[in-house]
Write a protein that binds this ligand. Structure first.
Ligand SMILES: [Zn+2]
Length: 179
């Protein structure tokens, strides 16, 4: 290889490396997932269940809410560099879930427990009448629906995780819902 060819080779090598670095940056700086954790104390009672949760009782729930999207890049915007203000996510989840379910009892209104719920409500208790069995799994469907409805158009709900006890939880993934 003469000097001229070597110079050309070095230039091509440098261009290829620059292209690769740009591609890598592009790859690294796109989708972001953001998670906020919530806690609430909620009672439930499972109609027809053959285990302990057939009795009216409560759990200390821990909810992980993960959203995804591409962060804003606009130096003139107050939310520059953010996918979503944690405060905004907190507001949505608190309004839709925590404020309604915390220290309330979830009752499956499609079962004879409807009467139980009405009786509790008439005595001043906070009752949430559900059209589903209030298990960890079904609660996640309800949470997904409520939060999805409130998210800005450029942000999607990626996943949810709901701990019913220290060692038991259910998860919902947006990717699992297609197909
Ligand atoms: Zn339970």
């Amino acid at each position: 290889m003469n000097l001229c060819n070597l110079g050309l080779f070095i230039i091509i090598y440098k261009i290829k490396r620059l292209e690769l670095n740009l591609k890598r940056k592009d790859y690294l700086c796109k989708m972001i997932r953001l998670t906020k954790i919530f806690t609430f104390e909620t009672a439930h009672v499972l109609y027809g269940y053959d285990g302990k949760c057939k009795n009216l009782h409560g759990h200390s729930y821990r909810l992980f809410v993960t959203v995804k999207g591409i962060p804003l890049e606009d130096i003139t915007h107050s939310k520059n560099g953010m996918l979503m203000d944690f405060g905004e996510l907190k507001l949505i989840v608190n309004e839709e879930i925590v404020s309604q379910w915390d220290h309330a009892v979830l009752i499956n209104a499609k079962t004879p427990h409807l009467q139980l719920g009405e009786q509790l409500k008439s005595q001043g208790h906070q009752v949430v009448f559900c059209d589903f069995q209030p298990t960890c799994e079904m609660m996640l469907y309800a949470i997904a629906e409520k939060i999805n409805f409130r998210l800005p158009a450029h942000i999607t709900l990626a996943s949810l995780k709901l701990y019913e006890t220290e060692t038991s939880y259910a998860e919902w993934f947006a990717d699992d819902q297609n197909g």
